[in-house]
Design a protein around this ligand. Structure first.
Ligand code: PMP
Ligand code: GLU
Length: 411
C-alpha cells in the first residue's frame, strides 16, 4: 500500500518535548548521567488534598457530560473570574483532556489564519498544520522581551488582509520564561482589527512578580483562555484542562464541543471530581512556595550561565530560560543541542522547535530536574531561597548548569 498518509501530516515528526523525554530516559537506562533540562514538567507533587479527592472518587465510573461536570465548570469559572475580573459562567467553560486537546479542537473548528509570535510553544504550529490552518510567524526580539510590540502585530495583521485571524499568546512564556509587559496595547490592536486571541495561561500562576495578568481583562469579548492542572498543580499526567470562551462566541464553542463529542466523549470522571478540589480549595501556600522555589532556581541558573558566550534574559515566570550560544561552529540549533548532550549530558531543546530560524543558536532550558517534593518540604517560608538550599535540593540543576557553563568556554 502506498501513500497512506495525508500531505499535511507527512512533514510532521513526533513532538520535540515528548521525544527529548523519551531520549533522556533511554540514555539514563544505558547508564549515562543526564541532566534533564529538555522536558518541561512540574517537579512538584500534586497537593495532598487533591490526591485524596482523586482517591475518594476512584469509583466514579459513568461518562460525564461532554462539556464537563457542571460543578467543576462552576469552580473553574469562579477561579477565572477572580483572576481576570471577568464574568464567565459554567456554560462558557469546556473541560478537555489537557489544554493541548482544547487547542487542537480550536484549530480544527477555526476558519482563518494563525499568528504565532516566535517564541511559541512547540505544538501550536504542528496543530495548525494538522488542521490545515496557515501559520504566520511574527518575529520578536530579545530587546522586546521576546513578545511582539503592538506596532509589529498591527503590521502583520495588515499583511494578512481580510481574513479571520487567531493570535496565540502565552505569558509567562514557554520557551522564553518571559512575561508579556504590553498585553494592554496588544489587546487594543486586536480589538481595533477584530482578531481573535487565544491566551494560553497555563503558567499564569507561575509569574514571578506575582500579579496575575490576563489579556482577557482588556479584551474579554475576543479572548479565549486555556489552562490546566498540569503546571500550577503539578498534575500533567492527569490530563485535565479547559478553555473559557466568551458568551458572544457561543456558536464557536458549540462547534468545538461537537468535535469533542465525536472524539474524546468526556474527560475521565475521577479526575474531574478531584479537579473541583483544586479549583475551590485554598492552595495559595503551595503556589507561593513552588513559585518562589522556581524563581530562585531560575535566578541561580541565569546568574551562573550568562557570560560572553551565552546571552540570556532573566527569568520572569514558568520554568524555562532561553540561552543563546554565540560564536559557535554549529550550523543549526539542533546540531548544537546534540553536541551539548553528547559532550556534557545536558539535554536542551533547539530553538528551531519554537519558531526561530534554525541557524539561530537559541535553546530552551527547563530548570526542573530536581525533586520538588523534597524541596517543598524543606522550604519554610516564601522568602528568598539561599543558594545552599538549591545546592542541596537541586544538585542536578547546579551540576548541569556548571557543565554547560564550562562547555561554553570552549566556543
Ligand atoms: N501550553 C504550553 C505553553 C505548555 O507548555 C503546555 C505543556 N504541556 C501546554 C500548553 C499543554 O499542557 P496540558 O495539555 O498538559 O494542559
Ligand atoms: N509542556 C511540556 C514542554 O513544553 C511538555 C508536555 C507536552 O509537550 O505536552 O516541555
Amino acid at each position: 500500500m502506498k501513500n497512506l498518509v495525508k500531505k499535511n501530516i507527512l512533514d510532521l515528526t513526533p513532538s520535540a518535548t515528548l521525544a527529548i523525554n523519551e531520549k533522556c530516559k533511554e540514555l539514563i537506562l544505558k547508564g549515562k548521567k543526564i541532566y534533564r533540562f529538555g522536558f518541561g514538567q512540574s517537579p512538584f507533587p500534586v497537593p495532598e488534598k487533591i490526591v485524596e479527592a482523586l482517591k475518594k472518587n476512584a469509583d466514579k465510573k459513568d461518562y460525564l457530560p461532554m462539556q464537563g461536570l457542571p460543578e467543576l465548570r462552576v469552580s473553574i469559572a469562579k477561579h477565572l473570574n477572580y483572576l481576570t475580573q471577568n464574568d464567565y459562567s459554567k456554560d462558557e467553560i469546556l473541560v478537555t483532556p489537557g489544554s493541548k486537546e482544547a487547542m487542537y479542537l480550536m484549530h480544527v473548528a477555526f476558519k482563518g489564519d494563525i499568528i504565532l509570535p516566535s517564541s511559541s510553544w512547540v505544538s501550536y504550529a504542528p496543530q495548525a498544520s494538522i488542521a490545515n490552518n496557515k501559520v504566520h510567524w511574527l518575529k520578536t526580539s530579545r530587546e522586546n522581551n521576546w513578545f511582539p510590540t503592538a506596532k509589529e502585530l498591527e503590521k502583520k495583521i495588515k499583511s494578512i488582509g481580510k481574513k479571520n485571524i487567531l493570535l496565540i499568546l502565552n505569558s509567562p512564556n514557554n520557551p522564553s520564561g518571559a512575561t508579556c509587559k504590553n498585553l494592554k496595547e496588544i489587546a487594543e490592536v486586536a480589538k481595533k482589527n477584530k482578531i481573535l486571541i487565544h491566551s494560553d495561561e497555563i503558567y499564569g500562576l507561575l509569574k514571578f512578580d506575582v500579579e496575575y495578568e490576563s489579556i482577557s481583562t482588556y479584551y474579554p469579548e475576543g479572548t479565549i483562555i486555556s489552562s490546566s492542572l498540569s503546571k500550577c498543580f503539578g498534575a500533567g499526567g492527569w490530563r485535565l484542562g479547559f478553555i473559557a470562551v466568551p458568551k458572544n462566541l457561543s456558536d464557536f464553542l458549540s462547534r468545538i464541543k461537537t468535535i469533542g463529542s465525536e472524539t474524546f466523549s468526556s474527560v475521565s470522571s475521577p479526575i474531574q471530581y478531584a479537579a473541583i478540589e483544586a479549583y475551590t480549595g485554598d492552595y495559595s501556600d503551595y503556589i507561593v512556595k513552588t513559585r518562589q522555589i522556581l524563581n530562585s532556581i531560575g535566578q541561580y541558573v541565569y546568574n551562573n550561565l550568562k557570560s560572553n558566550n551565552i546571552l540570556i534574559n532573566p527569568p520572569q515566570g514558568a520554568f524555562y530560560l532561553m540561552p543563546e550560544f554565540i560564536n559557535t561552529k554549529f550550523k543549526t540549533s539542533s546540531d548544537l543541542c546534540n553536541s551539548i548532550l553528547e559532550d556534557t549530558g545536558v539535554a536542551l531543546l533547539p530553538g528551531s522547535g519554537f519558531g526561530f530560524n534554525k541557524q539561530a543558536m537559541l535553546t530552551r532550558l527547563s530548570y526542573t530536574d530536581f525533586n520538588g517534593g523534597e524541596f517543598l518540604k524543606n522550604t519554610t517560608n516564601s522568602k528568598k531561597i539561599e543558594n545552599s538550599l538549591i545546592e542541596k535540593y537541586a544538585p542536578n540543576v547546579v551540576e548541569g548548569t556548571s557543565k554547560l557553563s564550562e562547555w561554553s568556554k570552549n566556543l
